[in-house]
Design a binder for this molecule. Structure first.
Ligand code: 3PG
Length: 427
């Protein structure tokens, strides 16, 4: 059985944690571990929610307990954004969760990092700085291309294995995601494995109808994904929130006010209008848009009655929550991705919180995806919270559910063949 096929049936392949469960394999080995600990960050640079750090700590712990030396590679934010920071605080928090010090070096592949990587002993961990500080990291390119990147050429010689645990970045063809599997035997980490198993189950077309509640700031990703979602799951509905919903109103020629248009212009969303209009015209029966919003002064704006002309939209209103709750009651699967409002400000968390609560009151399987909504989920009691599959992925989650092959998984499949990793045979 080819590994590629095993990957397509991810649950069989990854459930067996190829390589990771074997003490013999890992003892004394130096492992480069890619995680996704990209966290929501406050304006003054503090981590607002560390759940992704906590989730990945399990993989780090397991590798250390198996006698490996672990060097952690991760990103935070994107160049030009407020959340583009170093990883010193991340390393400290990860160390607290793992229960051992995670050293931090404020450098990715300079002399200081290389010297620390060389000296690292079994059972010790080191975190390198934000890999997106390197310009070549974010080039969208093939694994072959990135195998020749300076980052991959420079770091690979110091490692025995590459472990990719960063499911949430699995949709990016970035150097640290797709390059190393071409130069090092590469394995899927525990988080990657768990996500693929849980989401493969959700993809089942018999679990229908599915309802997708989409919001968040990464609107170009969402627009890209929408066609697949609506095309693949014919009975599905998409409930739009946040900036994405404002973009749909604009594209449909419905006026929300001057401030909304200006905001969309500021974030560069106007280039998406044509695409969004096409989606709207084709699928409008399966798209739900808010009927009310909360403005920055706390007042309510009813769509079609008053406008965001002097105050910005910050959240969805309570009538929208009720409307969306009604739709969710009919679903067998509910996927929530991206916040409905500006949740960094406590006054505008309500819409997102209420939507999650509504979803959890239904009998559907609920998947909550992306860093921001995970933070909201943390506000619920453990009993409530545990009813949902808390996916680390935002864009990756939707692309996976939309049926796209994720570059990270393809690269792992390639590595398994290239390095003749044993794996398991399907029964
Ligand atoms: C995420 O939060 O979705 C991942 O960390 C990927 O981040 P990106 O959208 O900036 O690539």
């Amino acid at each position: 059985m080819k590994f590629y096929h095993l990957i397509l049936y991810g649950e069989f392949f990854l459930a067996r944690k190829i390589g990771l469960s074997s003490k013999e394999d890992l003892h004394g080995k130096k492992i480069l571990l890619r995680v996704d600990i990209n966290c929501p960050i406050s304006k003054d640079g503090k981590i607002l929610d560390d759940s992704r750090i906590r989730i990945h700590s399990g993989t780090v712990k397991r590798l250390l307990e198996n006698g490996a030396a672990v060097v952690i590679l991760a990103h935070q934010g994107r160049p030009g954004m407020d959340d583009f920071t170093d990883l010193s605080e991340h390393a400290k928090l990860l160390g607290e969760y793992v229960g051992t010090e995670i050293r931090f070096v404020d450098d990715v592949m300079g002399p200081e990092s290389i010297s620390m990587i060389k000296k690292l002993s079994p059972g010790e961990a080191l975190m390198l700085d934000n890999v997106r500080f390197l310009a070549e990291e974010s080039i969208e390119a093939s694994g072959e291309f990135h195998a020749r990147s300076y980052l991959v050429r420079r770091l690979s010689p110091y490692f025995d294995y590459f472990v990719n645990d960063a499911f949430a970045t699995a949709h990016r063809k970035h150097a640290s995601i797709v390059g190393f599997p071409y130069t090092l035997p590469s394995l899927a980490g525990d988080v990657m494995e768990r996500e693929i198993i849980a989401l493969t189950e959700i993809k089942d077309p018999r679990l229908s109808p599915k309802v997708f509640v989409l919001g968040g700031a990464k609107i170009s990703d969402s627009v890209r994904i929408l066609k697949n979602i609506l095309g693949n799951y014919r009975d599905s509905k998409v409930l739009l929130t946040g900036l994405l919903s404002e973009l749909f109103f604009l594209s449909a020629g419905i006026n929300l006010g001057k401030m909304s248009r200006e905001k969309l212009e500021r974030v560069g969303a106007l280039t998406l209008v044509g695409n969004v209009r096409e989606i709207y015209l084709k699928y409008r029966d399966r798209l739900l848009l808010p009927v009310d919003y909360i403005l920055e002064d706390g007042s309510t704006m009813k769509v079609g009655e008053n406008y965001a002309d002097s105050k910005e939209i910050r959240d969805i209103g309570s009538e929208t929550v009720s409307l969306y709750e009604e739709e969710m009651r009919r679903a067998r699967v509910i996927v929530l991705r991206g916040p409905a409002g500006v949740i960094e400000d406590k006054r505008f968390r309500r819409g997102s919180l209420e939507l999650i609560k509504s979803a959890l009151r239904t009998n559907a399987k609920v998947i909550v995806g992306g860093g921001h909504l995970t933070a909201i989920l943390e506000e619920l009691s453990p009993e409530e919270r545990n009813k949902a599959h808390n996916s680390t992925g935002g864009g990756a989650l939707l692309l996976f559910l939309g049926g796209e092959e994720l570059p990270a998984i393809e690269a792992l499949a390639h590595s398994a063949e290239k390095f003749n990793l044993k794996g398991i045979e399907l029964p």
